[in-house]
Design a protein around this ligand. Structure first.
Ligand SMILES: [Zn+2]
Length: 168
C-alpha cells in the first residue's frame, strides 16, 4: 500500500502587538509565532503533534527575534516614563507634610493636565497618594535615565512648585 506520511512545521500566530524593532530602531507591529510540528498524510496537515520553537517576527521588516526582544521598552513606553515620574513626584511632594489637601490635589491635576500635557486622573492621583514613596526612587531613576537635561530641570521645578509651604 502506498502511504505517504510525514511531518512539517507550520507557523501559528499566538499573539501580536507593538514592540521596539532593534533592526529598524522604532516601534513596529509584531507577531509572536509558535512553530507547530504537524503530521501530514499525502502532504495534507492532519494534526499538530508538538512545537518546534517560537519567535517574534517584525511585521514591518520581517526580522525574526527571540522572545526576549519583547522585554525591551517600546518607544511609547520610554516616552511615558518621564510622565509617570512627574505624576509620582507631584503626588509625593503634596503628601510630604502628611496630608494632601483638596487645593493641593487640584493644583497637581490642573498643572499636569492643563499645562504640562500629562494626562493624570483623580483616580490615578489617589492611587499614587496611597502608594506612598517606597518605590519612588526607582520610578524617578527610570525617568531620569530617559530624560535630557531640560527634562530633569523641569522635574526639579515641578518638585519646588508643588512643595508644601514651609511652616514657621
Ligand atoms: Zn522591523
Amino acid at each position: 500500500m502506498l502511504f505517504i506520511g510525514g511531518t512539517k512545521g507550520r507557523p501559528r500566530v499566538v499573539d501580536s502587538g507593538v514592540f521596539f524593532c532593534p533592526n529598524e530602531g522604532g516601534d513596529r507591529p509584531y507577531t509572536h509565532i509558535v512553530m507547530k510540528r504537524t503530521a501530514t498524510v499525502f502532504f495534507v496537515p492532519v494534526a499538530d503533534i508538538g512545537e518546534l520553537g517560537e519567535y517574534v517576527e517584525c511585521q514591518s521588516c520581517g526580522g525574526t527575534y527571540e522572545l526576549a526582544v519583547l522585554d525591551l521598552a517600546s518607544e511609547a513606553e520610554v516616552q511615558d516614563t518621564p510622565s509617570r515620574g512627574l505624576q509620582r513626584l507631584a503626588a509625593a511632594v503634596i503628601a510630604a507634610d502628611g496630608f494632601a489637601t483638596t487645593d493641593e490635589r487640584f493644583a497637581v491635576l490642573d498643572m499636569l493636565n492643563e499645562h504640562w500635557g500629562v494626562t493624570y486622573t483623580e483616580a490615578e492621583l489617589d492611587r499614587d497618594l496611597r502608594a506612598g514613596t517606597e518605590d519612588l526612587y526607582l520610578v524617578l531613576e527610570n525617568a531620569g535615565s530617559v530624560m535630557n537635561l531640560d527634562g530633569r530641570e523641569g522635574m526639579m521645578q515641578a518638585a519646588v512648585y508643588f512643595r508644601p509651604p514651609i511652616s514657621p
